[in-house]
Design a protein around this ligand. Sequence first.
Ligand code: GDP
Ligand code: MG
Length: 192
Amino acid sequence: MAANRNALALHKVIMVGSGGVGKSALTLQFMYDEFVELKADSYRKKVVLDGEEVQVDILDTAGQEDYAAIRDNYFRSGEGFLCVFLTESESFAATADFREQILRVKEEDNVPFLLVGNKSDLEDRRQVGVEVAKARAEQWAVSYVETSAKTRANVDKVFFDLMRDIRARKMEDGKKKTKSWAERIRERCCIL
Ligand code: GDP
Ligand code: MG
């Protein structure tokens, strides 16, 4: 962050989830007030995150992820993931597959990741209870948030919470690097 004052921090978000769950609608709702389209499904926006101006890249996946190689490349390029489902069973089950694929590709036990139950405005069609979704999120040690791309409920929250997770992860990784560098120096000092 402070290390390079000229470049804004950039946080890379990937939208994943079954077709029709609202990945595009959430992305467009978040982007609406100011957005630059990079290509069909990829967006960049400047936002103020806790007082710091940053950029967010959003890759809104759409079915191409059926091709494993393309999907893996997308997942590799992401720093954080919004895993969206409808509060209806089929897309909820798919979230477990998405999470597994992401962790495999990232070669990590945990990555910045939010479980997002979308279309909260359609409460009468709900099939997955809040408690069931929360239990899965807890098991994964991630947050569960319900959104509506229609009413805008929690739209900013999911993107900003994810960016905070990404930022925290980058700071942690930075510390690790500094530590191992310091350790290497210390080792050398001992030899000398
Ligand atoms: P994607 O395939 O995950 O990108 O899903 P889309 O964003 O294309 O959404 C699928 C359909 O659901 C579209 O007709 C959207 O207008 C609608 N939709 C998306 N989010 C919501 C929501 O929160 N509430 C309601 N009522 N409809 C939504
Ligand atoms: Mg879409």
